[in-house]
Design a binder for this molecule. Sequence first.
Ligand SMILES: Cc1cc2nc3c(=O)[nH]c(=O)nc-3n(C[C@H](O)[C@H](O)[C@H](O)COP(=O)(O)OP(=O)(O)OC[C@H]3O[C@@H](n4cnc5c(N)ncnc54)[C@H](O)[C@@H]3O)c2cc1C
Length: 495
Amino acid sequence: MIYKHDPASIKGFLEDTSNLKSGHTPGVFFPETVDELAELLKSAVGEHRRFTIAGNGTGTTGGRIPLGEYVISMQKLDRIGEPVPLSDNRAYITVQAGVLLDDLQKKVERSGWFYPPDPTEKLCFVGSTIANNSSGARSFKYGPTRNHVARILVIMAQGEKLNLSRGACRADEEGIFRFSLPSGREMSFKRAGYRMPDTSKHNAGYFSEEGMDLIDLFIGSEGTLGVIAEADLMLIPLPSTLISCLVYFRNIEELFGFVDLLKNPENGISPRAIEFFDNHSLEFLAAKYPEVPGTSEGAIFFELETAPEREEYDLDILFDLMERCNAMTDESWMALDRDEQERLREFRHALPLIVNDWLSRQYESKISTDMAVPDDRFRELFDCYRSSCEQQGFVYIIFGHIGNAHVHLNILPRNHEEFVQAKALYRKFVGKVLELGGTLSAEHGIGKLKAEYLAGMYQESGIEEMVRVKKYLDPFLVLNRGNLIPAVYLETEIH
Ligand SMILES: Cc1cc2nc3c(=O)[nH]c(=O)nc-3n(C[C@H](O)[C@H](O)[C@H](O)COP(=O)(O)OP(=O)(O)OC[C@H]3O[C@@H](n4cnc5c(N)ncnc54)[C@H](O)[C@@H]3O)c2cc1C
């Protein structure tokens, strides 16, 4: 197995997009087969090694940044199968963890299939999207990654292989999972005993609900319970026709009214994505796209899957809804063919790039939220974000997955004093979100950056439940220490 420890080769493994600077590691292993990966973990305790798992470094929470642990890079586990059609008009495909999401999506689309999960950044590994239960714009219709995973091969912390199909092991009435490992070792433990928030997206802490499937514990556990080595992913037929559109509004109330109409199935349409840009996001975008109207208070991007024989009908409905909400229809951007849709996708993707470029000249990190609240509390949170940032005179943008009551607020500090103030405000927002029954993370996960806030959401008792599950599956704390569960809780004894 390849092992690298020279500074130039390992430098990249000390980073992701979180700007966390404290990463350090003795070296990086590159297993080329699942057996090599399993052997590496089997010898971990004997060799006194702990590991941080590395995907492709697009994570936003420092999850893959080692704090002294060795690194396991998943990049050589990159085999991908062929779509296998099933009798119910679906198919599945087997992939190893280090396959790029972009490669997976392009491959299945070439043979007429569609893999819905679409975190905006496509240069991530599929295994990471499972470990993080990633979601994105299309999750409004299709839900997060977990909804599309039929089987995973997990390498447990002590090197045993657990081949887990959906439906094979469920928590019983008392919440207990019972299963055996290939070595014959019998496993039995209780799911974490807390209630998850009532939001349409949630990705903070171990998944736990009545009768849950064991596969859902590993999905979204951020590499703390096992390494995802391989998966079977479900595919659906590629939609034949797509309507993509960016609609501007002069008035924010009318924009919110439009979102309500798009979300209401009684209007005869069911969009797969509903995304938001506030006026500040549009100002940043106008630097690259001068056609963005300066008079707009915000914009909604949406996508609707349709069919050639229905397209005109759906367009009529959409124009009617826009008119009812006084949308700036003439300035809006309707993309009906693939090239135009790609240009619109680039427009959406340009926002983080333009903002990061601006930030690189301020020499400070942004403070960004990834929180969601129940739908009926969204306006309260949105107004709180806006009024607090205005009051403090921050440069900020709000954008993202408004269909799921989940927008990202990015505060962009111009100096260190503002950075400190923005961090304090972030803490206040966490309190507000929890008071509204929301979640600390709707999609990016907790990683190392947000672990300190998790106790606010689950109380000490909830964290201890997670520690209990972690220590059952990884008693020597070999995997991804510091991720999700604050390190301080892992040092304490559990009663
Ligand atoms: C511009 C931009 C936009 C984004 N938009 C979205 C979005 O809309 N929705 C969203 O959900 N995310 C989004 N992300 C976040 C990111 O793309 C995802 O979290 C992605 O899953 C990270 O993949 P990666 O391969 O880069 O993983 P890394 O950053 O390398 O690792 C992420 C975490 O996964 C763990 N991990 C990696 N592989 C495995 C494995 N095989 N088994 C167990 N654990 C593993 C790592 O230890 C780490 O904790 C965005 C990121 C960027 C930069």
